[in-house]
Write a protein that binds this ligand. Structure first.
Ligand code: AMP
Length: 475
């Protein structure tokens, strides 16, 4: 089951954790709208409330009041595969001999089945087909034999794939980022404690200070009662596999990921897009909201071109991808966006978006712009063509749904009905992020993955070399 989700964890001094967790989930709502949940621990027992739907609908006052304790974790979920029901909603909880565990997971394991089979042989019973439950059971098992840090280290050595996790083990909150740092996770300080979150906007929302990103392969242990934290570098890899799509589309522009403000990255990608394939036109229009920062960077680089809003967004319609069928998705585009005729009529228009996945959005928008009287429509995209699916937690559909999987740019241009079409190069992405290409996960734009995935090409071997952090000894 792959999931692109949001996770958070807090440990506070003399304050209930439920409300700060609830607010921080609001800040992470863009990472998942399918379900929301919070697990807290009051020093004696664990409390959990998990519900389908948006954060605002999933909790009421009584629910928050029932979540006692000054430590806890939260989760918003966006399922991209697997069953869409409450059994898969998170945080996942399990009680076992040496205590209780709560887990919030963002990412996707690539060896779930192998680990599940092994644990099933040992007598573990599973209630879902999800990989989070597999992590929970593996960790629970290791905790019976080892101390906390060593147990997590063993689990890290067993599971492969992408994961940013926040975990409660009784009243201790843990944060763990996978050895390739595929999904983001950061740590911050609050007035009365510490927070771990998928994105820094959750920390901002609570009036806290971002301390830093959790390092790939690093475990952060928040002390109960918000008194501090310890970090342990459990494994180290010589290459990371950061997801560039977090910067392009998924993360909020006001988030800082791995020291880079997402908004600045998007503006710079827009500038590069102009450098690589700028074209004269009367007006530059963003696709709201995903293309906005790109379009502002593009327009700033272009001289004598008007930057305008030509498409108005109905903010009360959710993301198009929430709609389960292609039919409904097409309807959703028209529900979501309406053209402002005066900025479009009789003009040559450059339309800028972050990405084309299935091609539905671009196709519909170009039709809308033509109906509104645009003379020429030049589409510029702030990412390379998406040619292959994402297995690491971002919804990228399957190859037969991806418009670029088996078409070249000219075919796509024709299919979406644009007068011209250009994408950004992979090099521009790597250069803008200041990263070597080999430290990025580029699976969706190259078809070669930094992981071993059945039926797919691997772009390298990943063998975590063990290094002991403080308090970590090898078994
Ligand atoms: P499509 O209509 O399938 O080509 O999707 C492209 C549009 O959806 C663009 O406007 C993107 O901003 C947005 N988008 C890209 N990736 C995703 C995703 N994984 N989930 C939801 N929306 C996305």
């Amino acid at each position: 089951m792959d999931e692109k989700c949001g996770v958070v964890g807090v440990s506070l001094a003399d304050r209930e954790a439920a409300r700060p967790l609830y607010y921080s989930l609001y800040a992470l709502q863009h990472r998942g709208q399918e379900s929301a949940g919070i697990v807290t621990h009051d020093g004696f027992q664990q409390h959990s409330h998990v519900e389908m739907g948006l954060v605002g609908d999933a909790f009421d006052e009584a629910d928050l009041a029932g979540l006692a304790g000054s430590v806890g974790i939260g989760h918003v979920r966006y399922p991209t595969a697997g069953s869409v029901d409450k059994d898969c909603a998170q945080p996942f909880t399990v009680s076992f001999k040496s205590g209780s565990l709560g887990l919030s997971h963002n990412g996707n394991l690539v060896n779930t089945e192998a680990v599940r089979d092994e644990l099933a042989e040992l007598g573990h019973a599973f209630t879902s087909d999800g990989d989070t439950e597999v992590i929970a059971h593996d960790l629970a098992r290791n905790l019976l034999e080892s101390d906390l840090v060593r147990a997590v280290k063993r689990t890290v050595e067993r599971i492969h794939g992408s994961y940013s996790l926040t975990i409660t083990h009784d009243d201790t909150v843990l944060g763990l980022r996978d050895p390739q740092g595929n999904r983001p996770l950061c740590i911050g300080e609050l007035d009365s404690g510490y927070i771990l979150a998928s994105e820094s906007v959750a920390i901002d929302t609570l009036g806290g200070e971002v301390i830093r990103d959790v390092r790939p392969g690093e475990l952060v242990v928040l002390h109960p009662d918000g008194e501090g934290y310890d970090t342990y570098q459990l494994v180290e890899t010589d290459r990371t596999a950061n997801c560039f799509f977090e910067y392009v589309y998924f993360a909020r522009p006001d988030s800082i990921i791995d020291d880079k403000l997402v908004y600045d990255v998007r503006r710079e990608l827009g500038r590069r897009l102009y450098e690589e394939s700028g074209i004269d036109s009367d007006v530059v229009l963003p696709v709201p909201d995903s293309g906005r920062a790109f379009a502002s960077g593009y327009a700033a680089a272009a001289e004598d071109v008007e930057f305008a809003e030509g498409l108005m967004k109905n903010r009360y319609v959710g993301r198009t991808f929430i709609m389960p069928t292609q039919d409904k998705r097409e309807q959703a585009v028209r529900l979501k966006l309406n053209p402002i005729k005066n900025t479009i009529e009789g003009k040559s228009v450059t339309l800028i978006d972050d990405s084309i996945v299935r091609g539905t959005t671009s196709n519909q928008l170009i039709e809308l712009l033509r109906d509104a009287g645009a003379e020429e429509i030049h589409m510029r995209i702030g990412a390379p063509p998406i040619v292959a699916p994402c297995y690491m937690g971002i919804d990228m559909a399957s190859r037969d749904e991806l418009i670029a999987a088996d078409r070249d740019v000219e075919d796509i241009r024709e299919e979406i009905g644009a007068d011209s079409l250009s994408y950004l190069s992979i090099d521009a992405i790597a250069e803008t992020l200041g990263t070597d290409r080999r430290d990025l996960c580029l699976g969706c734009v190259t078809g070669a993955y930094p992981y071993d995935i059945d039926g797919e090409t691997t772009d390298r071997e990943i063998v975590p070399s063990e290094v002991g952090g403080p308090g970590v000894a090898d078994d």
